[in-house]
Ligand binder design. Structure first.
Ligand code: AGP
Length: 606
């Protein structure tokens, strides 16, 4: 996730407006940044790796001349953070500048075709194909608007772009598919940006573009067209009564709630991860004699789910291990045939890195899944996959957890194909269900928000809770417990439901709250038995199960039914209500869900 912004004023320089807007977008990405303006029919560009203020102290963004410009702050997905990979990107003539937020799926084929036409590329980014496509159309006699229309029609994937052209310096052209763009309207200027945070300081009048819209924005006007047909279209102007702080959170009261609701888009981005990165990890996993899935906290819970996926779809045995226990437990037994798949959204967790350094000393192969390009994990790993989830500001992992599960599912799918241990039908069925996950999560968010918000009035009064699940729903139970504990500080217990009768059930007394995760999979009949055991001892049964499961609903004191999905994908859907429960319970108790006590976003100490 990156941040783009642009502005065209009726008079006066635009540099300080671009700088302020860019700073408001820093939460969307901060590994490199750049600004471009047009002055006396020339494009001027300043960009570098680093945070916005660091670059500004070196290059001074504020002395850029001109009344029109665009800017970008980057969260790298293709090409490491560097000056050459920073946006804006230019064409061969240096007259076209483009900033982009999103992931282009077909940039390699476009790049090859453009290189065959003698275009010179400088960066490793997917974005750089866009100015060269526009350059090609301008060379064919199209005007700026027609050239951008033609270029974006060739793009596949997610994009929000803003384009400057020195040959027509009175307009900024923006276009979007999946990634958001908003136009800000004021008497002195018009702005474009990834979200309201970048414009709210200058205006509360905004127009939200829809997927497939292209807009031509001047200092006192704007026109919107449909990309596919070129037909003009109207979009309504909204007057927002947001504060600056609300805008930075997309109108949500906390980053955590924004990130919970951002998951459908994040999961779509995970499905756009390029095959070559997934195939490389698949190769290493397929060759390993023994494979450990190593992580801490929420990422460890993701490893448990991954282990089930690899086993059931590819008949590949893997061992999910807690990073801080790894060396003690397995250090003396690993060696050159060992493969370690490390999961760490920050890529900086000390327990993980320490284990990996030791494993590397023992000649094990290290591969990784992380959300931060350029993190230490990406430098230690032989190969890695980036989650493309965008920065996660809330301390509690939410969107990075479900995007880890999507990446693990994509790897399991490739391993299943490669190892051929299950039927083609099973593989096709899993692939189809995987594609539907983002919209299922969207539906689950809609179904869950109100009932869970209401339930949090109850859970806020609890002094303890039980979370029980069977099979890979045990991982969902562990993640539910972790979320509730780290945000509402209520001590909770999570157990495999089949294990609760071997001791923990002694905790149960009249009214004790027990949460069951009960998707309609092969564990359902045993879960019913576990519910009966708890009910017999006076427990109050809260159950999150399948939509329409009347039998379990009848057994429950509180029931929420979710849409069904492939059993191996149920943790992605079933964790959503628990993320919301943890959030609303914390708010109900008067705590700040973005900054829970005693915790850090990245635990860089042992
Ligand atoms: C999750 O909500 C917690 N913030 C914590 O358990 C976290 O998952 C753990 O510290 C691992 O972080 P990582 O994924 O960045 O390695």
């Amino acid at each position: 996730m990156c941040g783009i912004t642009g502005c065209v004023t009726k008079q006066g320089n635009v540099a300080n407006i671009l700088y302020n807007s860019l700073k408001r977008l820093e939460y969307r990405g901060y590994d490199s940044a750049g600004v471009s303006t047009v002055y006396q029919n020339n494009l001027i560009v300043k960009k570098d790796a680093g945070k916005i203020d660091e670059i500004h102290s070196r290059l001074n963004f504020l002395d850029l001349p001109g009344n029109i410009g665009i800017a970008h702050t980057r969260w790298a997905t293709h090409g490491a953070p560097s000056q050459v990979n920073a946006h804006p990107h230019l064409d061969c003539t240096g007259k076209i500048a483009v900033v982009h937020n999103g992931v282009l799926e077909n940039f390699l084929e476009l790049k090859q075709d453009l290189e065959a036409r003698k275009h010179i590329f400088k960066s490793k980014t997917d974005t750089e194909v866009i100015p060269h496509l526009i350059e090609e159309s301008l060379k064919m006699g199209k005007n700026f608007t027609e050239a951008v229309l033609e270029a974006v029609r060739k793009l596949r994937g997610s994009y929000a772009i803003a384009v400057l052209y020195a040959g027509e310096p009175d307009k900024i052209i923006v276009a979007r598919n999946e990634s958001p763009i908003v136009i800000g309207l004021s008497k002195e200027m018009n702005l474009v940006a990834s979200d309201v945070a970048a414009v709210i300081e200058y205006t509360n009048k905004v127009v939200f573009l829809e997927n497939g819209d292209l807009a031509v924005v001047t200092s006192d006007n704007f026109q919107i067209f449909r990309i596919d047909s070129g037909i003009p279209v109207q979009r309504k102007t909204t007057e927002l009564n947001w504060t600056l702080e609300m805008a930075a959170k997309g109108g949500y009261p906390h980053y955590m709630l924004k990130e919970i609701f951002d998951q459908p888009n994040v999961l779509r981005e995970a499905l756009r991860i390029q095959d070559k990165y997934l195939d490389l990890l698949t190769e290493f996993l397929d060759r390993g004699r023994e494979i450990f899935l190593l992580a801490s906290g929420t990422s460890h819970n993701a490893c448990i789910v991954g282990s089930y996926m690899f086993s059931k779809l590819a008949r590949l045995t893997t061992y999910p291990v807690i990073a801080s226990e790894f060396i003690e437990n397995y250090g003396s037994s690993i060696g050159i045939d060992t493969v370690i798949l490390a999961l760490s959204q920050s890529g900086e967790t000390a327990d993980v890195l320490t284990s990996l350094e030791y494993a590397r000393y023992r000649a094990a192969t290290i591969i990784g899944i992380t959300n931060v390009l350029g993190s230490t994990l990406t430098r230690i790993a032989r190969a890695y996959v980036l989650q493309n989830a965008g920065p996660e500001i809330g301390v509690a992992a939410t969107k990075t957890f479900t995007s880890q599960l999507m990446v693990l599912a994509l790897l399991a799918l490739r391993l299943a194909r490669k190892r051929g241990k299950v039927s083609q039908y099973e593989i096709d069925e899993f692939q189809e269900e995987l594609r539907l996950v983002p919209q299922l999560v969207e539906k689950t968010l809609e179904l869950s928000d109100e009932p869970i918000k209401k339930l949090s009035k109850e859970t806020a009064r609890f002094s303890s809770m039980f979370f029980l699940g069977r099979g890979l729903s045990y991982a969902t139970a562990l993640e539910a417990r972790l979320k509730i504990m780290e945000l509402s500080y209520i001590p909770c217990i999570a157990y495999p439901a089949g294990e609760s009768k071997h001791g923990p059930i002694s905790v149960i007394e009249e009214g004790y709250p027990v949460f069951f995760i009960a998707p309609n999979d092969e564990t359902r009949k045993h879960i019913i038995g576990n519910i009966m055991e708890m009910k017999a001892r006076g427990a109050r049964i809260y159950c999150i199960g399948a939509e329409g499961d009347e039998e379990i609903k009848q057994l429950s004191d509180w029931y929420l039914g979710l849409p069904s999905t492939h059993p191996l994908l149920s943790p992605i859907v079933y964790v959503i209500p628990f993320q919301l429960l943890a959030y609303y319970t914390a708010v109900e108790k008067g705590y700040d869900p973005d900054k829970p006590r005693n915790l850090a976003k990245s635990v860089t100490v042992l």
